[in-house]
Design a protein around this ligand. Sequence first.
Ligand SMILES: [Zn+2]
Length: 98
Amino acid sequence: MVFRWNPKWSRRKFIYEGMEIETCVDLITGLILCPICTDIDNVCPEGKGDTQVVPEKAAYFFTVQDLIEHIKAHATSSWERKRVPIAIEEGGEESEEE
Ligand SMILES: [Zn+2]
């Protein structure tokens, strides 16, 4: 599968229903990254210009509202332990072995 996505991440702050969320937004697609699923300091380090990192595991959202619902789910259940990767994994189990 040939798939190329060159995001242009930019650090943004959203305030929604009194919650302040700082995360990365892709200026190309408008996708918003979940700052809990992904270490946003790797993706859009503060004070650095736009970056093009494609995080391996991440949850992306089109609206702040969807992101908020997702973050609420992080907070309310053990679901956080089994994060659902958006990317389709080919070849089964994830392993970081070398
Ligand atoms: Zn998340």
